[in-house]
Write a protein that binds this ligand. Structure first.
Ligand SMILES: Cc1cc2nc3c(=O)[nH]c(=O)nc-3n(C[C@H](O)[C@H](O)[C@H](O)COP(=O)(O)O)c2cc1C
Length: 356
């Protein structure tokens, strides 16, 4: 798939996610194999006004490349001005959000609301494409609701407006995140235009990634929620899609280590106080299913000192290791209680069966 100078065979991309894809998470996903990463969406209005939070969101680092900055807005003027500001932060490309369903965006005529105003969508896309010298792409949904699915018209318009690729989330605005993404509509979008199409929606495993490429014929795929607490999905998907090689599930040690890495990056980029506070909602997803997770999580969310957090996570790792030695936890983090047939099987193979 080619976007400007970027040329990657079947890329697996980190989707833009507000309050998730900050610099720390982008870097983490990059380390774990994401081919391209996106910033959180940034309001064109806020960017124009120089709001500090938006400036922080738009700052990208060289080690994240290729990285795309995403902006949203409801007027040609604000989007053109925001695009020019965004370009000065030197992303590899600029992405326009035409898919956000939430009230604070779509309710104000931006994001997915522009699917109801195709002329205005075209006007914004072409004005932005002309305003900057970096490539411009768009991300959208398949329509406003199920009575007005217009993704084929939309992708043709985006192509005609100079977009160099389009990411399609296979849901309508009214679906929000309900039901399942319609990959067949993404396939229709792919057939309707000749710019690269990036398929998005409901990739939770590497097998889903392979299936999405096959079903949609897309040039790239984008993973959002499936990467939260699980950046391993990128290397697993890239390996299975491009090499046909299935990587093993991460071990509990790797999951604990990634939580430590994420916390350290979060502190590095946001400072100790904010970095620690923002990490609090992530521990449970990294440690999901491990024995004693709720206890350690309760301790982690009370702690403010990064050194103490690392110690807590390391002692949780030691606790898991002890359980593994006793045959009660597998390396991949599967907890075997006393009634589990797997545990009995372990005893049968490792000890004298008569002792059971
Ligand atoms: C917490 C959260 C925040 C999101 N923020 C954005 C955003 O800023 N820009 C955007 O285009 N999409 C945003 N999305 C949508 C995702 O990029 C993606 O299209 C959607 O989650 C479907 O993909 P998935 O099934 O892989 O999660 C967000 C989704 C979630 C769950």
């Amino acid at each position: 798939m080619r976007i400007g100078k970027i040329d990657i065979d079947r890329p697996v991309i980190l989707a833009p996610m507000e309050d998730v894809t900050d610099r720390a998470f982008r870097q983490l996903c990059k380390r774990h194999g994401a081919d391209i990463v996106y910033t959180e969406f940034i309001s064109a209005e806020a960017l124009r006004r120089g709001v500090e939070k938006s400036i922080r969101k738009i700052s990208v680092a060289d080690h994240e490349r290729p990285v795309a900055v995403q902006i949203f807005g409801n007027t040609v003027e604000s989007m053109v001005e925001a695009a020019a500001i965004a370009e000065t932060f030197d992303p590899d490309y600029l992405d326009i959000n035409f898919g956000c369903p939430v009230k604070k965006v779509a309710g104000k005529g931006a994001g997915a609301a522009l699917l109801k105003e195709p002329e205005k969508l075209s006007a914004i896309a072409s004005a932005v494409a002309k305003a900057v010298s970096i490539p411009v792409t768009a991300k959208t949904r398949i329509g406003w609701d199920h009575d007005s699915i217009n993704i084929t018209e939309i992708v043709r318009r985006l192509e005609d407006s100079g977009m160099q690729a389009v990411a399609v989330h296979g849901r309508t605005r009214s679906d929000m995140y309900k039901g399942t993404a319609d990959w067949d509509r993404i396939a229709e979008a792919k057939s309707a235009c000749s710019i690269p199409v990036i398929a998005n929606g409901d990739v939770w495993t590497a097998d889903d990634a392979v299936a999405m490429f096959a079903r949609t014929g897309a040039d790239g795929i984008m993973i959002g929620r499936g990467s939260i607490g699980n950046p391993f999905i990128f290397a697993q998907s890239v390996s299975l899609v491009r090499e046909g090689v299935r990587l093993p599930a991460p071990t509990y040690r790797e999951r604990i280590r990634v939580a430590i890495d994420h916390m350290r990056l979060s502190v590095e980029y946001k400072g100790e106080k904010h970095g620690i506070l923002e990490m609090r909602r992530h521990y449970a997803t990294y440690l999901k299913g491990l024995p004693g997770v709720s206890k350690v999580r309760n301790e982690l969310v009370r702690e403010l000192d990064p050194v103490a957090i690392v110690e807590l996570l390391e002692s949780f790792e030691a606790h898991c290791e002890a359980l593994e030695r006793e045959g009660r936890l597998t390396e991949s983090g599967e907890y075997l209680n006393d009634h589990s047939p797997r545990l009995i099987l372990n005893y049968q193979t490792n000890t004298n069966p008569t002792t059971i």
